[in-house]
Design a protein around this ligand. Structure first.
Ligand SMILES: [Zn+2]
Length: 281
């Protein structure tokens, strides 16, 4: 009888979990054991709007917050190390206006790099997996998010690299340690698009914060007090890293030398802590 009661209790808990999941994504329980994790209610409303967690809110106001927190054009351009030929950003550049593609004001919070379906995507720095999302109901599609300490990148911030439209969910579990250049997934075009068909491409983005704390509510990774960074700026050896200062740089300082990984697994320069998210020739 006691056994039966136990089974019923387990069944009840499970059904609660399932019906709960239909209404809201389950929080990331495993995340709570990771370095820097804080409950989602510690994330400010500005950061929530900034990352796009604003489904029923005022879109124009969210775009204003995103602009104030880094989503503005900088004019930076990648120049690959040692004359390497790397997959390049197409017309879908950093911070361009996406209002024409959406039902209201919107910005492109990342860069797109097209590649054939299945092409391996590489970790841009050593880090830890802090987010994996299916995003069945939105445009991002299958997503992986890594967290990088200042030691792992050489940058004066905690940074977060985001990779979306992946072919399938990464087998890497939350909390997995990832090496520089390790495969984190494959290129595809997942994510809802209505009737339009998206080309196969990686959408790649960077968040940064001076503080180590972050959260994950089961839908979004949200670093505390964070900003968006032009992903091209992620490869700069020195600041500034904020979009406003970057936009004000003289033209010759907007060419950003980008370290690369070759197919044989070597890096150029050899001691780099950051690489382009695809292998180069
Ligand atoms: Zn994109």
């Amino acid at each position: 009888m006691i056994r039966f009661a136990k089974v019923m209790a387990a069944y009840w808990a499970l059904s609660l979990l399932i019906t709960g999941a239909a209404n809201a994504a389950p929080a990331c329980t495993i995340c709570t054991s990771l370095d820097g994790f804080v409950p989602f209610d510690e994330i400010s409303s500005d950061v929530r709007k900034m990352i796009g967690k604003n489904r029923r809110g005022n879109k124009a106001a969210a775009v204003d917050v995103q602009k104030a927190r880094g989503v503005t054009e900088t004019g930076l351009k990648p120049v690959f190390a040692d004359g390497a030929r790397c997959p390049e950003i197409d017309s879908e550049k950093w911070a361009i206006d996406y209002s024409h593609k959406r039902k209201g004001p919107a910005l492109h919070k990342g860069i797109d790099i097209p590649q054939p379906r299945g092409t391996q995507i590489r970790a841009v720095a050593a880090g830890t997996v802090v987010g994996k999302f299916r995003n069945k109901r939105n445009r991002k599609g299958i997503e992986v998010m890594l967290r990088h300490t200042p030691e792992q990148t050489g940058l004066p911030y905690w940074t977060y690299s985001q990779y979306t439209h992946l072919q399938e969910m990464s087998p890497l579990p939350i909390g997995a340690t990832v090496a520089l250049g390790q495969e984190i997934g494959q290129t595809a075009n997942t994510g809802k698009m209505g009737r339009r068909v998206r080309r196969d491409a990686l959408h790649f983005a960077i968040l940064y914060s001076e503080r180590p704390e972050w959260s994950n509510d089961g839908r979004f990774v949200a670093p505390i007090d964070s900003y968006w960074m032009d992903p091209n700026a992620f490869y700069r050896l020195d600041g500034p890293y904020d979009s406003r200062s970057l936009a004000a740089l003289p033209a010759n300082r907007k060419q950003i030398p980008v370290p690369v990984m070759r197919a044989d697994g070597s890096f150029m320069p050899k001691t780099t802590k950051r690489v382009w998210p695809y292998v180069c020739e």
